[in-house]
Structure formats: structure tokens, C-alpha cells
Design a protein around this ligand. Structure first.
Ligand code: AP5
Ligand code: MG
Ligand code: ZN
Length: 217
């Protein structure tokens, strides 16, 4: 049983690591950003609402986000653990998450914080490409697909996220500093924080996370 939160600024590598970790741990990878984007693509009411915030790089309101995640965490595949990528992003969300888990008789086991310097974040975000079909993530330089523009996993078309435009990246980084960075102290005080140096290769980050969680992968 592993209930894990993955934190870190935009572009830190949360999604990249969560993908592999979820496969190794046999638990779902729950990315709030991916759920919002799926809703935007499907044109749902939630998607239309969320897109007003996401397109600017602002946070979706806490009530909306927490309602969505409460439903997701109640699904059957979460009973033996989960990797939560991109939530909580505010102290209000962290308290609400603790309450949702307590209702289900659960708690967080670890909060993994991936730390990366800002100049690297901008480089990672501006070179990122994502599969339109399966959301697998690539980087033009750091992690290119075998065939340019095509997903290795499913052959889907790769695209650039709208919020990876340079103007929007800066706002996302500012929002992170103002609203999400305080969570590092919050979880350190609860004794849950595992800090990881994210400024190394994708594989070395994974190894450091595994060691920190006491898993030999
Ligand atoms: P979300 O989709 O979560 O975006 P984010 O937090 O900005 O994080 P990213 O997905 O951009 O980065 P990542 O850390 O996953 O990095 P990745 O692995 O892709 O959220 C989008 C929006 O939704 C938010 O702005 C907000 O509006 C809304 N939202 C989501 N959750 C919310 C919440 N809880 N409350 C309110 N609103 C919410 O890697 C980045 C790139 O770097 C890739 O190209 C990758 O290949 C490359 N890379 C990864 N690791 C390495 C490495 N070690 N070395 C070199 N390159 C690497
Ligand atoms: Mg992500
Ligand atoms: Zn794909």
C-alpha cells in the first residue's frame, strides 16, 4: 500500500516519474492536469470551466479541483494505493485531501518533492511534446521519440501544450512560488517530505526516488 503525492514546480518531471512509478507499483497515476485536459478535449462542463484558468496558467478553483479528485480517489483502482501528480497545489487543497483520505480510512505515506532550478524548468517546458492520444510525454532534446512527431507507445500525434507557450510558463512559475511552494514546509512539518534532486537524468531521478521510498527498483 503506497499513497504517494508527487510535487514540484511546472516541468520538474512529475508526470515523467509518476508514469514509471505507477507501472512499477501497480497503482494508478492520477494527474489532475491530465484529467482537466481530457475534459477540455471532450468538451465537458468541467473542461470548459477549467480551461479558463489553465489557458492562463492560473490554478483552477480549489472547490472544483477537490470535487473532481474526491470522485477519482473513490474509484476502485485506488484501494491499494495511488500516485497523485499535481495535487495538492494549495494549503487548502492539502487540508481537504487529508480529510478525504481520513473519510476513507487512509493517509498519505510520502510526499515526494522534485526540485529543479528555474532555468532548467523553462528549457524542459518549452521543449516538451505530449501525445494527443495517450498523454505520454517527450522532450525534443532530453527524451525525443524514435520517430519525430509520433508517440513511441501508440503512434499518436505529438503536440505542444497550449500552456507551454513562453508567456504562460512564466505565470505558472509565479503561481507555483506563491501558492504551491509553501506546501514543502507544510509536509516537512508533518514528517512526510522526501526531497529529490530533479536536476539529473530521468533515470537517476527515478533511482533516487526509489531509494528514498525504500524500494529497490
Ligand atoms: P499540470 O498538467 O499538472 O502542469 P504542471 O504542474 O505545470 O506540471 P507539468 O505537467 O507542466 O510538468 P511535470 O512536472 O509533469 O513535468 P514532465 O514530466 O511533463 O497542470 C496544468 C494546469 O492544470 C495547471 O497550471 C493548473 O491550471 C491546472 N491544475 C492542475 N492541478 C491543479 C490543482 N491541484 N489545483 C488547481 N489547478 C490545477 O516533464 C517536463 C519536460 O521535461 C518533458 O518534456 C520531459 O520529457 C522533460 N524531463 C522530465 N524529467 C527530465 C529530466 N530528469 N531531465 C531532463 N528532462 C526531463
Ligand atoms: Mg505533468
Ligand atoms: Zn501515445
Amino acid at each position: 500500500m503506497m499513497n504517494i503525492v508527487l510535487m514540484g514546480p511546472p516541468g520538474a518531471g512529475k508526470g515523467t516519474q509518476a508514469e514509471v512509478m505507477a507501472r512499477k507499483l501497480f497503482v494508478p497515476h492520477i494527474s489532475t492536469g491530465d484529467i482537466f485536459r481530457a475534459n477540455i478535449k471532450a468538451g465537458t462542463e468541467l473542461g470548459q470551466l477549467a480551461n479558463q484558468y489553465i489557458s492562463k496558467g492560473d490554478l483552477v478553483p480549489d472547490e472544483v479541483t477537490m470535487g473532481m479528485i474526491k470522485d477519482r480517489l473513490s474509484e476502485d483502482d485506488c484501494k491499494d494505493g495511488f500516485i497523485l501528480d499535481g495535487l495538492p497545489r494549495t494549503i487548502v487543497q492539502a487540508d481537504a485531501l487529508a480529510a478525504i483520505l481520513a473519510e476513507q480510512g487512509k493517509k498519505l505515506d510520502k510526499v515526494v518533492n522534485i526540485d529543479v532550478p528555474t532555468d532548467k524548468l523553462i528549457e524542459r517546458l518549452s521543449g516538451r511534446r505530449v501525445c494527443r492520444n495517450c498523454a505520454q510525454t517527450y522532450h525534443l532534446v532530453n527524451n525525443p521519440p524514435t520517430e519525430p512527431g509520433r508517440c513511441d507507445e501508440c503512434g499518436g500525434e505529438l503536440y505542444q501544450r497550449a500552456d507551454d507557450a513562453v508567456e504562460t510558463i512564466q505565470n505558472r512559475l509565479d503561481v507555483y512560488q506563491a501558492q504551491s511552494a509553501p506546501l514543502i514546509e507544510y509536509y516537512a512539518a508533518k514528517g512526510l517530505l522526501l526531497s529529490i534532486n530533479g536536476d539529473q537524468s530521468i533515470n537517476n531521478v527515478l533511482v533516487e526516488v526509489g531509494n528514498g521510498l525504500g524500494l529497490n527498483w
